[in-house]
Design a protein around this ligand. Structure first.
Ligand code: PHB
Length: 391
């Protein structure tokens, strides 16, 4: 009798433990990534997914007992909301993902936000940087930056450093409108004057007509926001060819223009450009040294940049949040655990603003310089714990 009950107890315990173990082992953590992996913005998808994969390679690919499974959908061009939306729907319905993440460009994140709310899934934005995006769903947390956050510091710097008249050039979509509005507000408040401005299409390949007009307007500086990459290279090429630098016109803006990925293509014309941004690969800290070394080892030949950090920190956030929730991805629990979360990123100390679910971070003022024969953004000033001023 006693032996029989002991046997029952033992089998029940072993069976119970086995069920728990199988349940944990059998349920992977599915993260659906919506990213442009081809087309004009293919480098964005590559860099963000590289950052995520590097985090998993360094820290292990099991989070709160669940093995991480990444499912990437190429939403090229990244600017067509209907494409991003359809792919996110597929991730939710067919792949049954637990979390939506990635989102390189604003139109992609904006189109998917209502789906995250409807499907009750957390959504982690790893680049798209229009300020209002986090208000589009209560389930959004962002680990990148916002355009107003990266624009206000350069506007303050410009007004304090002898730039009186500026001309604005922005790409005609919401991040461009955000940066134009913030620059105008902060620069004007600092005593500067915006003497003209233009919004250019995202498909612009030749900036010459705009640059001719700017040259005639004779500003002290051109304030420019373009999404990182090809547009930056085209703008700089036109600026050189039209001789704006020769007549003393300076270039200022958020650091998307002088992203390390495009610096080599821009060449020496970039030397001396002052800009503000949240991440530089040359940032001096032990965390960044470890990150950049690991990145170069994992992806030889690729220059690490802010998109890679957005992905790396996004995966860090997911991982730390799930440790707190015990692997539960319910969006209310997820967002609650993310609010106020602090860590030391390769970019410096950061935390998630409990009120807005956006990242609070140091914004650095940098100058492009040639260091050991390589063009780099060199940080020389900073504003610590800078919140998005756009909301
Ligand atoms: C955006 O679409 O939100 C975006 C894309 C590229 C950038 C910055 C913002 O460099």
């Amino acid at each position: 009798m006693r032996i029989a009950s002991l046997y029952r107890l033992l089998t029940a315990t072993v069976f119970g433990a086995a069920t728990v173990m199988t349940a944990q082992a059998a349920e992977p953590l599915k993260i659906g990534l919506v990213l442009p992996m081809s087309g004009q913005f293919a480098t964005y998808g590559k860099e963000i997914s590289n950052g995520i994969k590097l985090y998993l390679a360094k820290n292990g690919d099991t989070v709160a007992g669940r093995k991480v499974e990444l499912i990437i959908k190429d939403d090229a061009p990244g600017t067509a909301g209907d494409v991003s939306k359809r792919l996110a729907q597929e991730l939710l319905v067919k792949d049954k993902v637990d979390i939506l993440a990635g989102f390189a460009l604003t139109p992609s994140a904006a189109a998917v936000a209502p789906l995250a709310t409807e499907a009750k899934k957390p959504m982690v934005i790893m680049n798209a940087a229009t300020s209002a995006l986090t208000t589009r769903s209560p389930n959004i947390v962002r680990t990148s930056f916002t355009l107003p956050q990266n624009t206000a510091p350069i506007a303050i710097w410009a007004a304090k450093n002898g730039i009186r008249k500026a001309y604005t050039v922005v790409v005609d979509y919401s991040p461009g409108h955000d940066s134009e509005a913030q620059f105008t507000k902060t620069f004007t408040a600092g005593g500067g004057e915006v003497i003209g401005g233009v919004r250019v299409p995202i498909k612009t390949t030749d900036f010459s007509p705009y640059l001719e007009k700017i040259k005639e307007a004779k500003p002290d500086a051109v304030f420019i926001f373009v999404p990182a990459g090809e547009l930056a290279v085209s703008f700089m090429k036109g600026f050189q060819e039209r001789g704006l630098g020769k007549v003393g016109i300076k270039i200022i803006g958020p650091g998307d223009l002088t992203d390390e990925e495009s610096l080599d293509a821009i060449g020496d014309a970039a030397v001396g450009i002052i800009n503000s941004f949240h991440y530089a690969p040359g940032h001096k800290s032990p965390e960044n040294k470890a990150f950049t070394e690991a990145y170069s080892k994992a992806y030889p030949g690729d220059r690490v940049n802010f998109m890679a950090v957005g992905g790396y920190d996004g995966m860090h956030l997911i991982s730390e949040v799930l440790k707190k929730t015990g692997g539960n991805t319910d969006p209310d629990k997820f967002v609650e655990a993310a609010r106020g979360m602090k860590w030391v990123s390769p970019r410096g100390p950061v935390f998630i603003d409990p009120a807005t679910r956006d990242i609070v971070q140091t914004i650095y003022i940098r100058k492009v310089e040639k260091v050991n024969g390589k063009l780099q953004n060199v940080e020389f000033d900073q504003i610590a714990e800078f919140k998005d001023p756009g909301k």
